[in-house]
Design a binder for this molecule. Structure first.
Ligand SMILES: Nc1ncnc2c1ncn2[C@@H]1O[C@H](COP(=O)(O)OP(=O)(O)O)[C@@H](O)[C@H]1O
Ligand SMILES: [Mg+2]
Length: 288
């Protein structure tokens, strides 16, 4: 459905954000891309729908080259790609319903959206998307009156209103408290399972990634260092993604789940190594 072929991205100024990345994404997958800040996660997600142009290589979106597509063709391709953002990107003073209707712009002639002349079908789709995220009762509330979690649900409903084939979410829960973050991940997972939409999510939390992903892609310095089932992530994988040197003082969320390790002895000692908090509270002082 999406194919990334030896894609490199070098930004003006010379930063190599992606280096010869290869990956393929199939319908119905729930993929989480993890990595440190600056690893290239956002760049990778943005190359998938042509928002960032590869310096080398190509991306095939629904079988078509994003590099060769005309601007008009690219707009048409993007209609099938829903985006969800860390900071929601809502029109704060507009109602929830209007924010969700904005997801319909690709399906409606511009002059109609300009005057707010949404078709009956547009309005029906918007309402059903609000129902899918449990916010139908907030349709006429101003977006900025909602909690962060509710605002992100509006962001999800807007993306769904596009009736997309793919959902791309760039750090969708990074601005939310941990509990709300899990709820939003659960919403995304449920929607992906109910509707089989290919869903690709950037996260920095490996814990959430392991809980929700079918497949995890680990990025480090613009290169893929892991691509496989979430259950195959080991302590060694984490060291590759996050770097051994950083794991020494890493926060608790870097601790792999017990199931991720095969050898209990090495898992025990390594887990102590990478989780500063565990080492301090359960194993005595940690080396600095
Ligand atoms: N528009 C840009 N211009 C120049 N450098 C950029 C731009 N966007 C990102 N970068 C750089 O590219 C690298 C990867 O960034 P990014 O894809 O945002 O990583 P992540 O999302 O994993 O934090 C970083 O070094 C970042 O500073
Ligand atoms: Mg990013």
């Amino acid at each position: 459905m999406i194919e990334v072929r030896r894609v490199s991205v070098t930004y003006p100024g010379g930063v190599r954000a992606l280096v010869e990345v290869d990956a393929a994404f199939s319908p119905g997958e729930f993929v989480v891309i993890v990595g440190l800040s600056g690893a290239g996660k956002s760049t990778l997600l943005r190359t998938l729908n042509g928002l960032v142009r590869p310096s080398a290589g190509d991306v095939l979106l629904f079988g078509e080259s994003v590099v060769q597509a005309s601007p008009a063709r690219l707009r048409a391709l993007r209609r099938d790609v829903g985006m969800i953002f860390q900071t929601f990107h809502l029109v704060r003073r507009a109602t929830v319903l209007h924010n969700v209707l904005a997801g319909r712009v690709g399906h409606t002639p511009p002059w109609r959206t300009l005057f707010g002349l949404w078709s009956r079908r547009d309005v029906e789709v918007a309402w059903s998307c609000l129902e899918r995220v449990g916010l139908a009762d907030k349709a006429y509330v101003r977006a900025d009156r909602l909690s962060g979690g509710q605002q992100q649900r509006v962001g999800i409903a807007r993306a769904l209103a596009q009736e997309p084939k793919v959902l791309l979410a760039d750090e969708p829960v990074a601005s939310l408290d941990p509990r709300t973050a899990r709820d939003i991940m659960q919403d995304l997972k449920r929607i992906q399972q109910d509707e089989g939409i290919l869903t690709i999510v950037n996260l920095h939390s490996i814990e959430l990634a392991q809980e929700f992903a079918d497949r995890i892609i680990g990025l480090r310095d613009g290169r893929i260092v892991f691509d496989g089932p979430a259950r195959d992530v080991t302590v060694e994988t984490l060291a590759e993604i996050y770097g051994e040197e950083r794991l020494g003082g890493a926060p608790g969320w870097l601790r792999p789940r017990p199931s991720a390790a095969t050898d209990s002895h090495s898992a025990g000692s390594s887990a102590g190594e990478i989780s500063g908090r565990t080492a301090e509270t359960e194993r005595g002082p940690v080396r600095r």
